[in-house]
Structure formats: C-alpha cells, structure tokens
Design a protein around this ligand. Sequence first.
Ligand code: DC
Length: 211
Amino acid sequence: MIIAIDGPAAAGKGELTRRLAAHFDLARLDTGLLYRAVGWRVLAEGRDPADVAAAVAAAKTLIPAHLDEPELRTEAAGSAASKVAAIPAVRAALLDFQRDFAARPPLGKTGAILDGRDIGTVICPDAPVKLFLTARPEIRAERRAKELQAKGTEAIGSAVLRDMMERDARDRERSVAPLEPAQDAFVLDTSDMDADAVFAAALDYISRKFV
Ligand code: DC
C-alpha cells in the first residue's frame, strides 16, 4: 500500500498523514523535511538558498541525522526549503531516497505514506491512492499563525499570509515538479473541515477505491 498526499502549506497534510499512517500501520515520510534540512544547512553556512552549488552540495551530503534539527520547523527553514526545492539538481539528489522509502518501507512496515508537493506526480506516480489537499490561502495562513503562536513564536496573520502566498507561487511556478494535483488524485478542499472530517473523508475515499 502506498498513499501519496500532496498540497500547499497548512492544507492539513501533516495531520492527515499521521492519522492514516497510524490507521493503516504505514511508514511515514514527511518529504518537506528533506528540503527544509537542505535549506537550513545552506543558511547555517551563511549561504543563499538560491545558490545552486551550495544547495546541491547540501542535498548530496544529507544524512538522516540532519532531519532531527528542531529549527527545521521554523518559517525561515520553510522559505529556504521552497528556494532550494526549485533547483532541479537538488530534487534529483533527493529522488532515490524517497522512492526507496516507498518501495522498501523501513521498520518492517508493508506500506508507506509520503506527503509533499510532487508525490503523486513524480515520486510515486503509480501510487494506488493519491490525495491532494487544499484550502483557501486566508484559512491556511490563519492555521499556520495559530500553530506558530501555540509554539510561542510571535506571528502576525498578514505577514504569515504574505510569506505563504510567496512560497505557494514559487512552488507552483517552478519548472521541475511544480505543485499540482496528479490527474488521478482525489482533491479535497479542507477550508471548512476540521481534522476529524478530513480524516473521515479520506477513509471514505480509500474504502470506496478498494471495494
Ligand atoms: O511541506 P513543507 O512546508 O515542509 O515543505 C517545505 C518546502 O519544501 C515547500 O515550500 C516546497 C518544498 N517541497 C517540495 O518542493 N517537494 C516536496 N515533496 C516537499 C516539499
């Protein structure tokens, strides 16, 4: 079983992925973390995330321990991630790891769930289940601002919205693996749904698919 979850930031991918992974006992990979780790390493070296040589070197030398840094959850890491993610050689360097994870899930699991921007289109185009979550930008910015505030980070809604629109545009308009639903993805607008309703809709879709 392979489940692909894609969509823009704060559409509800992380929570849905965690719940589906627990429900179906799947190995889970948050692929955004890979790009965040690359972006963060470039920033830590004092380099620009758009610097191709620095970003490619960071991607090629990425090891699992780099994924544990708490700073990867910051908005600075998210923005740097979106910049390194537009570089084709960075995406190429991270491809095998993601495909291997889906083909041979770790921890003795018999299936995997991956979430990101290009899972259904590029990483696992043959995944039997593809979900694309989306939501209105204002709602996503409000959710992200609340998440940040809950972690004690000061967050102003309008600034979060501006940064998110900028990141969405970069992710959608890049030339390689742009953010878009796969043709056979189930698209779910979560604007007016809570996490329970999103999980129920996903389970309903999956059960209908396998009848
Ligand atoms: O899901 P996230 O916010 O952690 O992702 C951070 C950035 O990484 C996102 O703006 C674009 C990039 N990304 C990507 O290009 N492809 C993926 N599969 C996952 C993330």
